[in-house]
Design a protein around this ligand. Structure first.
Ligand code: HEC
Ligand code: HEC
Length: 373
């Protein structure tokens, strides 16, 4: 194997990565907060009519997603439900990075009228008036919810929810065992990795150049890009992705630049401070992690591709025309005249053979965590 290929493969590990601290959330690592956050995650009382919980869309048995093209709460949303497993490692949250911390991402669905349809007022009143929730809050934050102002109490709900989600880290996969065996030069252990998955992996880091964007142990560079998925919603409106995400982030009281960040030095707010809206952001979506991807069908921000085979077939046929057609191209529409970065990334169609498609799918399936022992 070439040294370049070996280095590229080693770059997708080790797993799990070292724990990251989240100084913006003073209870991020608290076991008591994780317990309370777990209760809240499965509790429909925080929604406006008491019928929708986080777990309505993030079902543990489906890898914390819902197997639907787009999430359905009080109404149908526009986007595919993202898993919350390994979410603690992200820099941006959601398909468009509308939030910059796990706790702010956990507040967003509470307020979205199509998800839980709640209001800050409703959530803080539940915390103060439901005795078990008030007691849970006191146990974690060592204060009565009656003495905390509405904004902070609401943010603290997100922080407890984040503490629970911080405990959700995917287990090791067949790929990780292969990667570590390669690192220590253990031929016997390497030979246990299926031949089709290995061919797929070599394509992934080689000719198919998937790792231009799906980089590192999480198989994501953490940024935003376009891969030819249409920005049009079924009702004809347009999902501008990252462009809308930046606008939402910059106007949010709950971003890392705001007063609810528990870290007075704002040490993790650098990316948020420097984010700038450009024409490039129209129609970009976050490069998703690929760990456990075989479990979280359907795919893409709009759930428009049903299987991994469909995803790989899509990549096989991306070219300048497909990238262009994914964007509105009536003259004068924003995004009509986008810079050419995606075209440089996909200069010509990959034209994968049937066997190469199957190999890439076998590789993606090898990123599935092993069953719990
Ligand atoms: C109606 C379905 C629905 C409900 C209810 C819901 N979510 Fe989500 N969740 C989604 C969708 C859809 C996305 C992607 C949103 C986007 O990109 O705009 C998402 C994204 C997320 C993310 C971002 C993950 C990442 O890696 O970027 C987190 C964290 C999250 N949800 C946590 C929660 C929590 C906590 C609750 C309960 C307070 C909740 N969700 C309730 C559908 C739902
Ligand atoms: C230019 C960056 C880029 C390259 C190169 C790239 N991807 Fe992606 N990938 C993305 C983005 C961005 C998305 C989300 C797009 C959307 O939802 O509109 C995505 C989505 C996916 C998904 C769906 C995951 C999910 O949870 O919905 C899979 C699977 C995937 N890519 C695999 C691949 C494979 C295999 C290759 C190589 C053939 C590849 N990607 C090359 C950026 C890239």
């Amino acid at each position: 194997m070439d040294a370049d290929v070996r280095d590229a493969i080693l770059g997708h590990g080790p797993w799990p990565p070292p724990p990251v601290r989240d100084p913006s959330n003073r209870v991020a690592a608290s076991a008591a907060a994780a317990v309370f956050g777990r209760t809240l995650f499965f509790d429909p009382r925080l929604s406006t009519d008491g019928t929708i919980a986080c777990s309505t869309c993030h079902l543990p048995e489906f890898g914390y997603t819902d197997r639907r093209p787009v999430g359905i709460g009080l109404a149908t949303t526009d986007r595919n439900t993202k898993s919350v497993v390994d979410a603690r490692f992200n820099r941006w949250y959601g398909w468009s990075g509308a939030t910059d911390s796990l706790w702010a991402a956990s507040l967003r669905p509470l307020l979205d009228p199509r998800e839980m349809g709640s209001a800050e007022r409703h959530v803080v009143e539940r915390l103060r008036n439901e005795p078990d929730l008030a007691a849970g809050y006191r146990r974690v934050f060592r204060e009565s919810p009656d003495r905390v102002d509405d904004g902070r109490l609401f943010a603290d709900v997100g922080k407890a929810l984040a503490a629970f989600q911080n405990t959700l880290i995917s287990r090791r996969s067949a790929f990780d065992d292969y990667r570590d065996a390669l690192a220590r030069g253990d031929q016997r252990a390497q030979s246990r990795y299926p031949a089709d998955a290995l061919r797929g992996l070599q394509l992934f880091v080689g000719r198919a150049q998937c790792n231009l964007c799906h980089l590192g142990p999480q198989f994501s560079n953490g940024e935003f890009d376009r891969v030819g998925i249409s920005v049009r919603r079924p009702d004809g409106r347009i999902d501008w992705g990252r462009h809308d995400g930046i606008k939402a982030l910059q106007s949010s009281r709950f971003s890392l630049l705001g007063r609810f960040n528990d870290d007075p030095s704002r040490s993790t707010a650098g990316s948020t401070r420097h984010v700038a809206l450009t024409a490039e952001n129209y129609g970009q979506f976050r490069v998703p992690s690929l760990r456990n991807v075989a479990r979280t069908a359907p795919y893409m921000h709009d759930g428009s591709l049903a299987t991994l085979t469909e995803v790989v077939r899509h990549y096989s046929t991306i070219d300048a025309v497909k990238l262009h057609l994914a964007m509105p191209h009536a003259h004068g529409e924003p995004g009509d005249d986008l810079p050419s970065r995606p075209i440089e990334t996909f200069p010509r169609t990959l034209d994968l053979t049937e066997r190469e498609i199957a190999d890439l799918v076998a590789f993606l399936e090898s990123l599935t965590e092993r069953p719990r022992r």
